[in-house]
Every structure is written in C-alpha cells, then in structure tokens.
Write a protein that binds this ligand. Structure first.
Ligand code: ATP
Length: 354
C-alpha cells in the first residue's frame, strides 16, 4: 500500500489539448479518493497518467516513495479497473481473476489458490467455471474487482467501474466496494461523473474543471462549503441557488429582497460590493406567509421529489428554489416565501468563497 503524490502534473495531447494543467495532489496511504467533474475535464487522463498508460508532458507521479514518472505501467504496482471491465470472453472466471498473476509468472497452483480465495471473498465461488458471457453485469463487475484484488497492488485505480450497472445494482455495488476498500485498506482513486457516488463513497474528493482541480476536501466540506461557484453549481442533486446580489449596509440585497449576511461571511464584506449569494434549496425554510429576511415571490413550478417537493419561486424575475416537505407543498401561482438558513448560506466574491 502506498500514498500517491502528483507534482505539477501536466498532460498535453498531440494536437494541443491541455487535459491536465499543473496538478498537485496528495492522496495518503489507504485513502478512498474520488475524482469528480464534468465530461472532458480530465478525470480519465489523470487516472491513466497515474497508471502510466499516458505519459505526462510535465511534472511527476510519486507512488509510495518512488518517482514512477518514467516507469512503464507494469512496473508501477497499481491495478486499474475500467468502465467495461475488459474481461477475457474465452477464459472462465478463475482464469480471468488469475490472469495478472500469470503475467507475473506465478505458478499455476498458486494462481488457482489465490483466484479461489479472492473469488470466495467476492461471493463468486459458485461461478468460477463460467465465462463472462454467462454472468450478469453485477457478477462481471465483481470478477473485474477480484482480478484487481488478486494482484495485491499498492493502489487501485477505478475508472467509472459502476457505470454499466443498472440503478439498483449500482447502489449495491457502491456499498460493497466501499466496504471492501475499507477492509483491504488499499489506496484507491475512483473516477466518476456521478456526484452522489463520490459523496457516498469517498474519504476525500477532488472536483475538476478543464484540467484543473477546483476543490479538494471531504464530501461534507465540498457539499457544505463549495470553494467557488463552479463547485457550488456542480455538487448537489438539486443545484445550489446562486443569485446575484449586493451588500447594503449590514444586509444583502438579493433578487430585490433583503436577506441577512450569512454567518460565514459576517464582518468580511464591504458596503456596496457585488456578490453572489449561494444557498441550497434544502437549506431554505419555506412558508406561505411572509417572513423577515425571506426571498418572496410567486410559485412558478412544483416538482415531486418523492418525500419532498422542489418549489421554484419567481422572485422579481429571478428563479429561486426551495425543498419543501411532503404535505406542505404549495400550488403554482401561490405566494411563497423561502427563508435561507444563515448558518448554511454562503457568499462568493469574484467566483470564490468569502
Ligand atoms: P469523461 O467523463 O467524458 O470520460 P474525462 O473527464 O475523463 O471525461 P478525459 O477523457 O480525461 O476527460 O479528456 C480530457 C480532455 O482531453 C478532453 O478534452 C478530451 O477530448 C481530450 N483527450 C482525451 N484523450 C485524448 C487523446 N487521446 N487525444 C487527444 N485529446 C484527448
């Protein structure tokens, strides 16, 4: 097991696309680290550069105490699982799991033993003689994981390993994978574009945009205190309200309403300056009657979220969303008042958290 360090890591593809722009990242030994970001931000490139499948244009990759920047993938002692599992269709489960050991020239008996041990651990013992075509998607995914585990690598690299599973299997696999990583304690880098997956599984995560890391933190930090408006808008199953505003004396003017300065920004704002006010729809107290410091308007849309409703208010031509518990949802056209929680609202100046 080993820590992973990236120092000024840069990758420019032939043709000039800068997929990674001087990234610095420290992933301690044993951590489950998620890389999250929109399509094309460089997640897969980063993972492949750690694995050695892409050559860095600049900077360094350190795994354990070893600078592996110039080392071939086979010499890096990391194991990678891809989106499509890449199982061999003509080999049975045992041989698929044992394949990396065959490459390492481990004797046949020892390979079988290891494959059976790991297979049993992943609940595959009754499937060891089957070929991938005779397995469900979830079972194939477990074979791919077993193959990685059998290698006893210093680090695991996962590129969207759950994306081929249906929604329910995906949830199951998520819990399973997290538990397994805990037990094994192997440093793991997990690429996903599914923020719920990153929030649920990671010890820490990085949010990337266009070759840059925009924030590193625990899921709770990234969710509750997004460092900039990019992360604020990206994280959250219902996007954060990001509303233009201005500082007026000791309050804020937002969408034509007077709201309190969030606790985190108190004493840090200058009268008259323009800001962006951020508050998650979940952190609003909604009422039909007026409330001081609320964003008040007319209900434009009501969406059913299951146990709650997402209410969109038109506040002086600005759309503001609030999550309202089931049973107290308003009707379209009603007057509505959304009071932001002062301890949860945030202020951004020039796109960065104040
Ligand atoms: P996705 O979530 O869609 O898989 P990603 O965040 O993993 O995206 P990458 O696949 O790392 O993004 O791509 C980063 C950027 O590099 C993109 O602009 C992409 O078009 C470009 N890119 C990726 N591979 C190559 C390549 N082999 N040659 C040239 N450009 C590439």
């Amino acid at each position: 097991m080993a820590a992973i360090e990236l120092r000024g890591l840069t990758k420019v593809y032939p043709g000039g696309v800068k997929a990674l722009d001087s990234l610095d990242l420290d992933i301690p030994d044993g951590e489950f680290f998620a890389l999250l970001g929109p399509s094309g931000c460089g997640k897969t490139t980063l993972l492949r550069t750690i694995a050695g499948l892409e050559t860095a244009t600049g900077g360094a990759v350190v795994i354990g105490d070893r600078d592996v920047t110039g080392v071939q993938p086979g010499g890096r002692d990391v194991a990678m699982v891809f989106q499509d599992y890449a199982l061999f269709p003509h080999m049975d489960v045992t041989d698929n799991i044992a394949y990396p050991l065959r490459i390492k020239k481990v004797a046949k008996g020892a390979r079988r033993e290891k494959a059976e041990e790991v297979g049993a651990r992943l609940g595959l013992e009754h499937l060891m003689d089957r070929r991938p075509g005779q397995l469900s998607g979830g079972q194939q995914q477990r074979v791919a994981l077993a193959r990685v585990m059998a290698t006893q690598a210093q680090a695991f690299l996962f590129d969207e390993p759950l994306s081929n599973l249906d929604a329910r299997l995906r949830l199951e696999a998520r819990t399973f994978l997290k538990k397994l990583q805990r037990e094994l304690g192997v440093t793991t880098v997990f690429v996903t574009h599914d923020q719920a997956e990153a929030l649920a599984m990671a010890d820490r995560m990085a949010v990337m945009e266009a070759g840059h890391i925009r924030q590193i933190g625990t899921p709770a930090e990234v969710f509750q205190r997004p460092a900039n408006t990019f992360v604020a808008g990206f994280i959250g199953s219902t996007p954060m309200n990001l509303l233009d505003g201005a500082v007026r004396g000791d309050t804020l003017e937002v969408a034509g309403c007077k709201v309190a300065v969030p606790a985190a920004a108190e004493g840090r704002l200058t009268g008259g300056e323009k800001i962006v006010y951020g508050v998650r729809p979940e952190y609003m107290a909604y009422s039909a009657g007026p409330a001081e410091g609320a964003l008040s308007g007319k209900v434009a849309i009501v969406e059913n979220l299951g146990a709650s409703h997402l209410v969109t208010l038109d506040v002086n031509d600005v759309l503001v969303q609030a999550v309202v518990p089931e049973g107290s949802e308003p009707a379209v056209g009603d007057d509505g008042h959304a009071l932001p929680r002062r301890d949860r609202a945030l202020v951004y100046r020039d796109g960065e958290l104040v």
